[in-house]
Design a protein around this ligand. Structure first.
Ligand code: PMV
Length: 333
């Protein structure tokens, strides 16, 4: 046997400052453009994978309850890919625990598939190479590729004409970033999202006339973002991130039928961020596939930003900083 047969991994969510929105290849999960994120130090996912030679199906327990339906199907499909690569056939017993407040609608698929990729690779005796693990995690959920690493992380889309497109698309840390910022997470709605990011991306790519323009703009945003991170220029990082996120939402709102994640509460939160700026506080917003808002700011301003965001009706606010990459635990939790 080559695998250790059981492994436990911990991974944190990440929030993109340059977004991934749209796949050019659904099966391989190849994005239309590069993206760049910050891994958070809050809401880790802990996942254990144990091989069970006697079982004829995978068992997945999520937050103490047996997984069923689509979440189970996605995890089993992912484990099939791991088994194919490891040339093993044993089914697995998976136990995954999120610490994100229940139903907060935060990027739990990123931390979830990063932790699953690392734990499954450990249990089945696959690679420990971080770049290879990011390629693997990508197949579970695109944004998970970035949660393998801590701090600021770039996910390369890979050249369209690459000989091995799977190999060309991986994440790696941005090693020359000179910025230590806070992301103030503003949870506005607890319910499950109306349209999955998978379906929303598909619809955007297929029908939104704005998507090609956003992809082109996003490539330029990434170049400017990397320079701003190198320079430690929080204002530039914030402006580029906000512009990129609002552009992404515009592309999906222009799809047929439109995908609209922004709610009245989101609008109120975005107004509060503008209000902070009007008061001279450096604060910039980003949003993902849901109504929640994340606010980038200087660490020294995080409490003031959090206090203002708490005035948005119905909000729950958590201050996050730069967090670590995914790690294997030597002992089961
Ligand atoms: O990895 P997915 O399929 O959950 O997509 C994530 C998409 C966004 O969160 C909206 C953007 C991003 O880059 O994380």
């Amino acid at each position: 046997m080559t695998g250790s047969e059981q492994a436990v991994a911990v991974a944190h969510p990440n929030i993109a400052l340059i977004k991934y929105w749209g796949k050019r290849d659904e099966r391989l999960v190849l994005p239309c453009s590069d993206s760049l994120s910050m891994t958070l130090d809050v809401f880790p996912t802990t996942t254990s994978v144990r091989l069970d030679p006697a079982a004829d199906a995978d068992t997945v327990v999520m937050d103490g309850l047996p997984a069923r339906g689509e979440p189970l199907r996605r995890m089993t499909t992912f484990l099939d890919l791991v088994r194919e690569r490891a040339r093993r056939h044993e089914r697995a017993v998976v136990d995954t625990r999120n610490t994100v407040p229940v139903g907060a609608g935060l990027a739990s698929s990123a931390s979830g598939f990063a932790a699953l990729a690392l734990a499954a690779a450990g249990a089945y005796g696959l690679t420990r190479d971080p770049l290879a693990l990011s390629r693997l995690a990508r197949r579970g959920s695109g944004s998970a590729a970035r949660s393998l690493f801590g701090g600021f992380v770039v996910w390369h889309a890979g050249a369209v004409d690459a000989r091995d497109p799977d190999h060309a698309s991986y994440a790696e840390p941005v090693t020359d970033a000179r910025l230590d910022a806070a992301l103030v997470v503003v949870v506005l709605e607890a319910g499950p999202k109306s349209v999955s990011s998978r379906e929303a991306m598909r619809r955007t790519v297929a029908t939104s006339p704005l998507h090609p323009a956003w992809v082109t703009a996003s490539r330029a945003d990434l170049v400017r973002m990397r320079a701003a991170l190198r320079a430690g220029d929080l204002g530039a990082v914030g402006r580029i991130a906000e512009h990129n996120a609002l552009g992404m939402h515009a592309t999906m709102e222009a799809a047929t039928p439109p995908v609209r994640y922004r709610t009245d509460a989101s609008a109120a939160a975005l107004d509060a961020v503008r209000g902070l700026r009007a008061d001279g506080v450096g604060a910039w917003a980003t949003m993902d596939a849901g109504p929640n808002v994340k606010v980038l700011c200087d660490l020294a301003d995080a409490d003031r930003v959090a206090e203002r965001m708490r005035t948005v009706r119905g909000s729950r606010v958590v201050v996050a900083r730069r967090g670590p990459g995914a790690v294997l635990r030597t002992e089961a939790a």
